[in-house]
Design a protein around this ligand. Structure first.
Ligand code: S3P
Length: 170
């Protein structure tokens, strides 16, 4: 299994989907999968059941993946941080951290706050602070990934080429 991890807004789902097309391997988006299983949006799940419930659902989903089957997994941004999930990921597949800097993430997220419960009520100034603090807190875990790919100022094609050469070195 190939796991994409990284902060909200870096494009994990997009890259995972494109790679899935190129390699003809199934893709699973953990947010999407939880929404399907719960028949509810992430935002509503947070509101109704709380973050702890959502984190438990993420961990359960992760452990229910069949590691014998080839799959690409786009992980929700917080997934690696809870319930020892990062170690589980590294024991069961190849992890790729899509790394972006504060401004890149800020510019992406300020346009798409609505569907993300952790940021939807923040002003832009608060959002910037939130990203800065969370990156500091989360990087320690994200950096346990087998590969780190910097995505700032790179075209999708270039990112995909870089990922391909990491997973299929010549
Ligand atoms: C979260 C990231 C989101 C989603 C939820 C919480 C986080 O996924 O799982 O809103 O804690 O960073 P994306 O990274 O796909 O936006």
């Amino acid at each position: 299994m190939i796991f994409f991890i990284g902060f909200m807004g870096v494009g994990k789902s997009t890259i995972a989907n494109e790679l899935s097309e190129i390699l003809d391997i199934n893709v699973i988006d953990t947010d999407q999968e939880i929404e399907n299983l719960e028949k509810n949006s992430i935002s509503n799940i947070f509101n109704k059941n709380g973050e702890f419930y959502f984190r438990k659902a993420e961990s359960k989903l992760l452990r229910n993946l069949d590691s014998k089957k080839k799959k690409i997994i786009a992980c929700g941004g917080g997934l690696p941080l809870f319930h020892d999930n990062m170690n589980y990921i590294n024991e069961h597949g190849i992890s790729i951290y899509l790394k972006a800097d504060l401004n890149f993430i800020y510019n992406r997220l300020k346009k798409q706050k609505k569907k993300r419960p952790l940021i939807k009520n923040l002003t832009n100034t608060e959002l910037k602070k939130f990203i800065l603090n969370k990156i500091k807190e989360r990087e320690k875990v994200y950096k346990k990934a087998k590969y780190i790919v910097n995505i700032n100022n790179k075209e999708k094609k270039e990112i995909l080429r870089e990922i391909s050469s990491l997973i299929f070195p010549l």
